[in-house]
Design a protein around this ligand. Structure first.
Ligand code: NAP
Length: 250
């Protein structure tokens, strides 16, 4: 008789939620999921979801030991690099299998006008001269990077900025994806948007704005992904499940 395996999924993405739901269908697996606690009303796939940081690498190592975790899957957002490095180091320290589920970055297609930049500060530096009205879709954590600019911003995020945040001039739009193409087309037109700032998050949920920008010949300042650790990686939920079934069968 096989022994139950304990799997920890680091989440905060739609892929992580889908993976957790599908992992629950594998027999002899107990799942725990973990969220950072950034959003006020997170999508919690299971009651076995813990919320909040672990306390760095040492905190995560302690958690993995205390909870007798056998397998760690990092399904966090491609821009959540800190937790991915922490997870890679912690999994090595406790010697358990570790996988990163990271969806592929978007690639420009014919008609796209992208300016690739390395980070939000560079995005802010290229905006003057590009547009006077900008759709800022980088979330709420780095809004202040754009606050000094003499530009009007439509700023979309799930929760409002924290009280001490320096918010750029413009309008807040509190909304959670996925976003339809019709929605994105009309936002760009209604607000007379001249440029978009986006992270290269990949996936379908927030891609419609890129299509709408292409249609309306609007440039996209595309923030490139930060480096992530070396290690085993897959690009989609099905591949993660395939990998997991192999690990839990051993
Ligand atoms: P980050 O910079 O990589 O992580 C900062 C700290 O947050 C980590 O050191 C860890 O704290 C804690 N943390 C992050 N993810 C966690 C998780 N799943 N469970 C427990 N603790 C976690 O991450 P971030 O960019 O702030 O993103 C936070 C969360 O939001 C991630 O889970 C990510 O999947 C989700 N998210 C991020 C973005 C984005 O653009 N960055 C977009 C959509 C969703 P300790 O060191 O104390 O353990």
């Amino acid at each position: 008789m096989s022994q139950q395996k304990r799997v920890l999924i680091l989440g905060g993405t739609g892929d992580a939620t889908e993976l957790a739901v599908k992992t629950a269908e594998i027999s002899d697996v107990a799942i725990m999921t973990s969220l950072a606690g950034r959003t006020r009303q997170p999508i919690v796939p299971f009651k076995e979801t813990r919320i909040g940081g672990f306390g760095g690498v040492s905190g995560l190592v302690n958690y993995l030991k205390e909870q007798l975790i056998d397998v760690l899957i990092d399904a966090t957002h491609p821009f959540a690099a800190q937790i991915s490095f922490n997870a890679a180091i912690a999994a090595t320290a406790v010697n358990i299998p570790h996988l990163m589920l990271i969806r592929p970055a978007w690639k420009p297609v014919a008609g796209d006008v992208w300016l690739d930049v390395d980070n939000n500060a560079t995005a802010a530096a290229v905006l003057p001269g590009l547009a006077q009205r900008v759709f800022l879709t980088i979330g709420r954590q780095e809004l202040s990077t754009f606050a000094h600019l003499n530009i009007w911003f439509l700023m979309r995020m799930i929760d409002p900025p924290l009280p001490d945040t320096l918010v750029p001039p413009g309008e807040l739009l509190l909304d959670r994806g996925p976003f339809s193409l019709e929605n994105e087309r009309s936002l760009l037109q209604q607000y007379e948007i001249g440029a978009i700032v986006s992270k290269n998050s990949g996936g379908h949920a927030t891609y419609a704005k890129i299509i709408a920008a292409r249609e309306q010949k609007i440039p996209v300042v595309m923030v490139q992904r930060p480096p992530i650790p070396t290690g085993e990686k897959v690009a989609d939920v099905e591949s993660a499940l395939f990998w997991l079934r192999d690990k839990v069968s051993k």
